[in-house]
Write a protein that binds this ligand. Structure first.
Ligand SMILES: CC(C)(COP(=O)(O)OP(=O)(O)OC[C@H]1O[C@@H](n2cnc3c(N)ncnc32)[C@H](O)[C@@H]1OP(=O)(O)O)[C@@H](O)C(=O)NCCC(=O)NCCS
Length: 203
């Protein structure tokens, strides 16, 4: 039987076959270690009966200081949310419900924290992941042109039980500025890449 358990540092030496697959956003070892230390319960590993690591979810729980939501008791507050940094299932274990299971476990915990919503970023072309997230109730909160160096992305959000009025899905108006910021940032990145290429010709 497949089991879920907390991700441990040792797993980082075993999960290359999962995280080096297409569409998996990889990070440096310090990133994973900091997430595992901040919120151990939100970083999960799925393990096959033979002990092989077959799924990983790396998530966090944070206060979104860029947004405000009207609280149940009156004053506006910065909402707390769960954020998924990485979800990956080994290619030979896909379509068996493991992604859904890892997400379900994450949702259960952030519900217990009384978070307002869960969010994540996904590539526009990652149809299977978008399909999975939508089947769980996520919606396309905003479209992010050139969010990735080579591709557009989406921020997907799912309001949790605390957000009865789905207030976490409002706030779309700030996106215009975010789009402009992302476009300019990516243009600068591409110029720098181009310059780096040109300079390397003279090495
Ligand atoms: C996305 C991913 C995590 C899904 O994991 P999984 O264990 O196969 O997902 P599940 O078996 O729980 O699938 C649940 C639902 O998602 C959708 N889905 C999953 N894979 C799909 C695919 N290849 N094509 C279409 N829909 C798909 C289906 O609706 C599926 O339900 P169904 O099987 O009853 O039709 C996995 O494909 C993966 O690791 N991909 C590479 C990494 C990645 O894209 N991560 C997300 C980055 S944001």
């Amino acid at each position: 039987m497949t089991t879920l358990r907390g991700l441990v540092a040792d797993d980082l030496f075993k999960f290359n076959s999962i995280v080096l697959e297409e569409f998996v956003e990889g990070y440096g070892i310090l990133f994973y270690l900091s997430k595992m230390t901040e919120n151990p319960a939100l970083c999960q590993a799925a393990v096959a009966p033979d002990g092989r690591l077959i799924g990983v979810l790396v998530g966090t729980h944070a206060v979104n200081k860029n947004e405000k939501i009207q609280s149940e008791n009156g004053p506006d507050l910065h909402p707390t949310c769960g954020h998924i940094s990485m979800l990956a299932v080994a290619s030979d274990y896909r379509r068996l419900g493991l992604g859904t299971c890892l997400m379900g476990h994450f949702m259960e915990i952030v519900e217990r924290y009384s978070d307002w919503y869960v969010d994540l970023f996904v590539r526009q072309s990652n149809v299977s992941a978008i399909q999975l997230y939508k089947s769980l109730g996520f919606v396309e909160y905003r479209f992010l042109p050139m969010y990735y160096i080579d591709e557009n992305g989406f921020e997907l959000r799912m309001p949790l039980s605390r957000d009865v009025e789905r207030m976490s899905l409002k706030g779309f108006s700030t996106n215009v500025y975010y789009f402009a910021y992302q476009v300019i940032l990516n243009l600068i990145k591409q110029c720098l890449e181009y310059l780096k290429d040109r300079l390397s010709w003279y090495d």
